[in-house]
Unconditional design. Sequence first.
Length: 256
Amino acid sequence: MSTFAIGDIHGNHDGLQDLLTQMSPEVCRGDVVVFLGDYVDRGPDSKGCIDTILAFRDTSPADVVCLLGNHEDWMLATRRDFCRHSWLRVMDGWDTVRSYSPEAESTLRRAARDLGDEFYMDDDPLPYGLFFDAMPASHQSFFEELRICHRGAEAYCSHAGVVPAISHLEAQPRHELIWGASGFPSAYTGNDLIVYGHWNNATLDASGWPGPRFLNNTIGLDTSAFGVVSGIRLPDSRVFQSAQYAAAIASEKWKR
């Protein structure tokens, strides 16, 4: 049995499809496939990414585990409170809204302009219902059911790694698993292999091609800023990568 982990996708549907085309023939019954989160925002087709992940989950012989990234975390916070605009302001959530409904994006942009400076105060609501109503029920369930972490035989997986100072993985705090902790991964010295995304810390080869970062018994799989979706199979550490898709590269606005 193997564990496959897939790093940040960020709306790069072409990259996701490319990666899964390579990886799927290698996935067998009894394997586990872990998506590490950050499916949405920045790239052009968040909706298509969720459609493809759901189809893969429904047809794969493996157990498919989908984790919560910080981008989904803030999107869900907005779903619960229409005065929470940080997702749009900071996370480039507009790209996700557009992928589900250009009409909702247009209406939300007008409403945000009408708020003026109040848009930055999180005191007044925006009509986010137009966006969430355009989201299929299967997608809404997908986001609400995302898990915080996965501990398997080969590795402990979370979106943003762990707090290095907390030795017991069961005691890791939710926020840091999703948003990251100071000192990770450089300060991590634990015995468990940690597989994560989030940090935009790809290792570049001599040609500038991004690859996973291997450091201190950790593996980072976030190559999304380069338009590449990366995955790995454990325990043999075989790396799978998509081609580079220019439409998904937005380095001038890239943040974790």
